[in-house]
Design a protein around this ligand. Sequence first.
Ligand SMILES: [Zn+2]
Length: 317
Amino acid sequence: MAWFKKARKPLAPQEKASRVPEGLWEKCPECDAIIYAKDLVKNLHVCHKCDHHFRIGSIERLKTLFDDERWDEIAPGLRSNDPLRFTDTRPYKDRLAKTIATTGHTDAVVVGVGRVEGIEAVIASMEYSFIGGSMGVVVGERIVQGIELAIARGLPVIIVCCSGGARMMEGALSLMQMAKISAALARLDRARLPYIAVLTDPTTGGVTASYAMLGDLNVAEPKALIGFAGPRVIEQTIRQKLPDGFQRSEFLVEHGMLDLVVDRREMKATLGRMLAFMSAKPSGPQASKPSGPQASKPSGPQASKPSGPQAPKPSGM
Ligand SMILES: [Zn+2]
């Protein structure tokens, strides 16, 4: 016999049909402005009032960067096959299948080749909705295939980072992607082709510790969280209060970790100027330049030559 018994059923919530359709309005988390969803899309998901940058998906991102919103996708067929047969709260295999079904993405990055302001380029764009944008073997392989295509065709590379770090369900294999992508970027550097890292909210963990910080230019969106460990973990470790704005883009520019903070609405034009400045010529005849064989040659002495001084200063961009 139960001592306490709920005599009455709780009131059922009054289902009153709303006349406003779902998703017609968005609320800005910064300034609480209510924004008409279509206006938000038109403004590239940036708040008109306070310039808060909403997080956007990989496909939307590529649409904001490629001319005519067109690109050819690289290695779309790759899938993770759960090499460690990993299980946490549920099997990784199930988690993958469910994420693929709900997000419509097959992994946490989309890589495409197209044109940015008329300049042919490879862009990899990370997808945060896919297991926190985590870097696993598919992310690594897609990005490397993109870089290799860029080397073969003499194209610049842009990686838009948005990630919580390495994918723990793939253990050490996910950590190896840091080295794998970094090595591919070193080959790109040897082929004297530019690489620009675009850091968006959030860029943390193993992604920050590898390709996100390896750009010839590292640019970020305003107020993006960028760091290796999160602020809470650091505070608990060093037992000190962190300064205001710590690990935000503006703070990192002030402290020399980044080159530039760029508003999303200016990003495409800025990247176009940077690519033109770094001698990525408007494409066409340039593709026939025989940079392929030179790239694959293991050019030892040339490789060790510091490319630092040659790297352009981003002033005025
Ligand atoms: Zn706002």
